[in-house]
Design a protein around this ligand. Structure first.
Ligand SMILES: [Zn+2]
Length: 272
């Protein structure tokens, strides 16, 4: 049921059922520069042998069918791992608390612990820099980033941010940190994008280039890579998709919680 999702938080106050296009905040899936991709493959393999199944990593939408694979299976952490998390800047207490709270929700499904603290060797390093959007590197790619630099950013959190938005964005970014890709780029999905409208929208509101729209929005991962047998429009890893950007009224609303398939899939990939 991809076209109806009850809205929550700020949006509900609007009384409208439709996604408000001006409020779509897009997350950027961070792709390593080519110079780091060789190292990324090595650290991923070191971390977990079955990351080898998908070693030909690279950004989607840039190669032939399956020629370049990225994400999901190839960048997972070893189950049972404790990942240290550190804030590199000093966000307001409520922002910090909310990020911690929602990050820990993943621990119910993934055999991974997130330990927040000040360890200089933290694997996941967070900044809350406004104006830079929200983004994260994928899984073990974080190991290739310099220890002084963030692996995850929250660009629109303030003390006034609605609870549902903390839930939506934090769960989503920590999903990337676990190695999960954007669901709208699933090879099993088939979103009827109105491409001219989507280019216009993302280039003007997110400041993206045409190439970034291609890779972040229209790009698809290869089926062999993602294990994605079914497309899940309710996934926390799915973008909101306003109907103004699609044909035929297709719409995906704000997914603010982990879907049932998110939970099942996470248990499979990070078994106890
Ligand atoms: Zn994202």
């Amino acid at each position: 049921m991809p076209t109806r999702k009850k809205q929550t938080g700020d949006d509900a106050a609007d009384g409208g059922e439709n996604l408000r296009i001006e409020e779509v905040h897009a997350c950027t899936e961070m792709v390593l520069p080519p110079a780091l991709q060789g190292e990324a493959e090595m650290v991923a393999l070191d971390e977990r042998a079955d990351n080898a199944q998908a070693r030909n990593s690279g950004p989607p939408g840039t190669g032939g069918d399956g020629a370049r694979l990225a994400g999901l299976k190839g960048k997972l952490w070893k189950p049972g791992r404790t990942l240290r998390v550190r804030f590199l800047d000093n966000p307001p207490p409520r922002v910090r608390e909310q990020i911690e709270k929602y990050a820990h929700q993943w621990e119910h499904y993934a055999n991974i612990k997130f330990s927040f603290g000040t360890d200089p060797n933290a694997e996941i390093r967070i900044t809350c820099t406004p104006g830079q959007g929200s983004w994260s590197y994928l899984g073990t790619d974080a190991l290739t980033i310099s220890r002084s630099k963030p692996t995850m950013n929250y660009g629109w959190f303030t003390e006034q941010t609605a609870e549902s938005e903390f839930s939506r964005t934090t769960l989503h970014e920590f999903g990337h940190a676990l190695g999960f890709i954007h669901e709208h780029m699933s090879p099993a999905g088939n979103i009827p994008w109105n491409r001219p409208a989507a280019y216009r929208y993302y280039m003007s509101t997110q400041g993206w280039t045409k190439e970034q729209v291609d890779s972040q929005l229209f790009g698809k991962y290869a089926a062999s890579q993602t294990n994605a047998s079914a497309y899940d429009p309710t996934s926390i890893m799915h973008y909101p998709v306003p109907r103004q950007l699609t044909n035929g009224g297709f719409e995906v609303g704000w997914n603010t919680e982990l879907s049932e398939r998110d939970k099942t899939f996470t248990r499979q990939l990070y078994p106890a």
